[in-house]
Design a protein around this ligand. Structure first.
Ligand code: E4P
Length: 216
């Protein structure tokens, strides 16, 4: 399973990349807007830190505009994955860009039907937003199970990038379902590594060691 970082914050990206478990980064317009720097500047900074897929989302809502932005982003680096929303224009753009060899991340996926269309259009990855489904009392993880079954049935090469992750259980359940990628917010990485019994165990080991460390 690959882990991507779901943030545009460069300090967080440097911090978690240093753990050695970050394979890529996902951004979106909301994440970029928190940073107070231009999209291009921030994406180029991220490309310097993480050598893996960096998702960069188009702002245009129309097919031609999406293509123009996507081709510009794709020229920045081979690791750019262009994010397009699952709309009629987004689907068309996905088909065209994929045929040109651009890696496309089809985003804002909330149904298996949307994921199936994106896979048919050649998406490299689809991003189902599980947390936002949970937020409205729908089972986000059930969507991952459905997409995984459908992609498996037809041997689609499109990967499932589990997005809108809210807590470590989402990561574990996505892994149990065999999702290729989870994009993990920084705070969820902190929760993933932490366990109170680890802290208690380590404290006790160090206290016990203090008692004997000077023995010859
Ligand atoms: C990443 O690709 C998505 O844009 C992100 O995971 C959405 O997360 P949110 O639902 O917490 O905004």
């Amino acid at each position: 399973m690959q882990f991507f970082l779901d943030t545009a914050n460069i300090e967080a990206i440097k911090k978690y990349a240093a753990w050695g478990v970050v394979d890529g980064v996902t951004t979106n317009p909301s994440l970029i807007s928190k940073e107070g720097v231009s999209l291009e500047k921030r994406i180029k900074e991220i490309l310097e830190v993480v050598d893996g897929p960096i998702s960069t989302e188009v702002i245009a809502a129309d097919y031609e505009g999406m293509l123009e932005e996507a081709r510009k982003y794709a020229k920045w680096h081979k690791n750019i994955y262009v994010k397009v929303p699952i709309t009629q224009d987004g689907l068309r753009a996905c088909k065209t860009l994929s045929a040109e060899g651009v890696n496309v991340n089809v985003t804002l996926i909330f149904s298996a039907g949307q994921a199936l269309l994106a896979a048919k259009a050649g998406a490299t990855v689809v991003s189902p937003f599980i947390g936002r489904l949970d937020d409205i009392c729908q089972d986000g993880m059930e969507l991952i199970a459905e997409i995984a079954q459908i992609f498996g049935n037809y041997d689609f090469k499109t990967k499932i990038l589990v997005a809108s992750i809210r807590h470590p259980r989402h990561v574990i359940d996505a892994a149990r379902l065999g999702a290729s990628i989870a994009t993990v917010p920084p705070e969820v990485f902190d929760l993933l590594i932490k366990h109170p019994l680890t802290d208690i165990g380590l404290k006790k080991f160090l206290e016990d060691w203090e008692k004997v460390k000077d023995l010859k």
